[in-house]
Design a protein around this ligand. Structure first.
Ligand code: ADP
Ligand code: MG
Length: 610
């Protein structure tokens, strides 16, 4: 029997590994920017062509590399940032795995020029497909200049998988903003096809925030700052009136690393309490710094998710810090350090960390403040309701991404032809959500929102197919200023939005003018409607089963529908149901949820033993 296992050649192994690290141009941008930051650069320039598909170039004035290191840097697991296992628990750099450059060189054509201050000459390296094509001395400034061309040139399947330039650009700008927000002391610039997109002089955190997210926040930011022995929090939240209708500008940084955390976001939202207008999202950039041994950044290949040694206490700190900030700036009515009861009872709060750490932490201002009985009162169980919007949104978006599944009914349903509504009897509404509608031979229990979503979905679909959606011209055109990411997205959606009845024109960099909206959008609600569409659309974007157009129609139907919780008159219920029974698929909502349950006389009789 011959042995069959062989080691993969380096270039294939690298290409496989690259799949995790480099998924799209934005992932390469992130890695290269982080390398420049780790090299202590004071200035970092990012140049792109075709949204990074053809060129991503990062030029830094950091410490550069020696000739040997330049060559080594492209080996897998080659890093200057950790040497032993202990180092893993005190990481202060953005990178540490030594995978990025190896992965990039496996899927693109790379040119590197790098020089250290102490060297006369720098090094030029050309690598593609993990193979060194050229290595020679070159004259170049101190720092590193790395270009990666033709991403995925050797993996056509993945190249084809890339999205439109606008979409890829959006991801890149996201990554750029994350790094630029984390390091305001570094100059950053971004050009795309030779056009300048950002030019960010070094400055304070606040200046950087305003440069990136817009001067409109200038008078709207509340500073957050709490220094404790366990962790420090600084940064800003925007005042409640500046909250956005879309969940865009929310940034957490842990030891300068941008992270995503629904859990910590919840802490911020709950700190705002009832201050936040309905259906809006707080804007914030919060920087949390704590001992690196208290976080595990190694849980996710792109390091955007991390694990805290003690997540509950970070939650409590964030929540208390935001409350404090809002109270200090008299945004909140009174100082009220309410802590969630669940959190109060956790070991983290009652017995934080180890015994000796406990002493350290309990000595700290913030901790004392929220462990004092008189200030840290418990939330009564019923009060969780202020979190409702947040939770609703969450469950809503989870639902929205579900693919259509046949509904599961307790009772068999008949087709709509045989459904004869009895309209000369009253309909009943239960819990402002369900409509009880009598039929010739039984009755229906209808979910009002699902029903209306189905009706609107089919209506918009026909409208779009026949290119005849009704538009109402706005009396006064409404301007819409978006973040660069949202602007790029809206730009991409414009043609389909037009088919749906929106008349929107681009105006300046990320601004738009809404000239008209579909006939059923309420006057005065134009801006909100577009912002909401963008927000909902974003939550759809990983769903490949739907076309862009289908997603938009889904979002529109959901947005314009009668919601659960809305009182309806008898007349309105009857109108809704008579429209429903003319639908092509009346029994299932566009998201695949049941619209109604039918009870026939026969079933009812059986149930009652007749
Ligand atoms: P990691 O950042 O995880 O160490 P990378 O593959 O990104 O791994 O980089 C490998 C090594 O190459 C780094 O540890 C660093 O020593 C060196 N390096 C990469 N980019 C730069 C740069 N822009 N300036 C100086 N050194 C760099
Ligand atoms: Mg790196």
């Amino acid at each position: 029997m011959i042995d069959i296992i062989t080691l993969l050649p380096d270039n294939i192994a690298n290409q496989i590994a690259a799949g995790e690290v480099i998924q799209r141009p934005a992932s390469a941008v992130k890695e290269l920017l982080e390398n420049a930051v780790d090299a202590d650069a004071a200035s970092i320039q990012l140049n792109l062509t075709d949204a990074g598909k053809n060129l991503i170039q990062v030029i830094d004035n950091g410490k550069g590399m020696s000739e040997t290191d330049a060559r080594m840097s492209f080996e897998r697991h080659a890093t200057s940032k950790i040497r032993n296992i202990e180092d893993l628990f005190r990481i202060h750099t953005m990178g540490f795995r030594g995978e990025a450059l190896a992965s990039i060189a496996a899927v693109a054509q790379v040119e590197l020029k790098t020089k250290r201050d102490e060297d006369e000459l720098g090094t030029l390296l050309e690598i593609d497909n993990s193979i060194v094509r050229k290595q020679e001395p070159c004259a170049c400034p101190v720092g590193t200049n790395i270009s990666m061309k033709n991403l995925f040139f050797n993996v056509p399947a993945r190249r084809n998988f890339l999205k439109s330039n606008a979409a890829e650009m959006r991801h890149i700008i996201d990554e750029f903003i994350h790094v630029a927000l984390a390091f305001p002391n570094i100059f950053f610039s971004l050009t795309s096809n030779n056009q300048q997109v950002f030019h960010l002089e070094a400055g304070s955190h606040k200046q950087r925030f305003l440069q990136l997210l817009g001067n409109q926040y200038n008078t709207k930011l509340v500073a957050v700052k709490e220094i404790t022995d366990y962790l420090n929090i600084s940064g800003f939240v925007a005042k409640p009136e500046a909250a956005k209708k879309t969940r865009g500008d929310q940034y957490f940084f842990v030891n300068n690393r941008f992270i995503k955390s629904a859990y910590l976001n919840h802490a911020v939202v709950s700190a705002f309490d009832a201050l936040l207008p309905k259906d809006s999202f707080p804007v914030y950039a919060l920087y949390i710094d704590l001992d690196p041994s208290q976080v595990d950044i190694n849980v996710h290949p792109t390091k955007q998710e991390i694990k805290f040694e003690d997540e509950k206490i970070v939650y409590a700190f964030v929540q208390a810090a935001i409350k404090h900030a809002l109270a200090q700036f008299s945004v909140a009515p009174s100082i009220d350090f309410t802590l969630n009861a669940d959190i109060m009872q956790t070991e983290a709060i009652s017995q934080p960390f180890t015994q000796e750490k406990k002493e350290m932490v309990t000595a700290s201002e913030l901790y004392r403040r929220f462990s004092q009985k008189n200030q840290a009162h418990f939330i009564e169980p019923g009060m969780k309701s202020e979190l409702k919007h947040w939770k609703d949104f969450y469950t809503d978006t989870v639902q929205i991404t579900e693919t259509i599944q046949p509904p599961v009914f307790g009772f068999q349903q008949t087709s709509n032809e045989s459904m004869q509504l009895v309209t000369d009897m009253p309909f009943y509404q239960l819990h402002k959500t369900y409509i009880v509608a009598p039929l010739e031979n039984g009755f229906l229990i209808v979910h009002q929102q699902h029903a209306h979503e189905r009706i609107l979905f089919e209506k918009y679909l026909t409208g779009i197919q026949n290119k005849q959606s009704a538009t109402q011209q706005n009396l006064f055109p409404v301007t819409l200023d978006l973040s660069p990411q949202d602007g790029a997205l809206l730009q991409e959606l414009l043609p389909d939005l037009e088919l749906l009845g929106y008349k929107i024109e681009a105006f300046g960099k990320h601004s738009f003018i809404i000239q008209g909206v579909p006939a059923d959008v309420l006057q005065g609600n134009e801006k909100h409607s577009v912002e909401l569409l963008i927000e909902q659309f974003k939550h759809f974007s990983n769903e490949l089963n739907f076309s862009q157009r289908q997603k938009l129609i889904h979002c529109m139907a959901r947005q314009q529908s009668i919601k659960a919780g809305q009182s309806l008159t008898d007349k309105e219920m009857k109108a809704l149901l008579s429209e429903l029974i003319t639908c092509g698929i009346p029994s299932v909502s566009p998201n695949g949820n049941p619209v109604f349950v039918e009870f026939t006389d026969e079933q009812l009789m059986k149930m009652f033993g007749k």
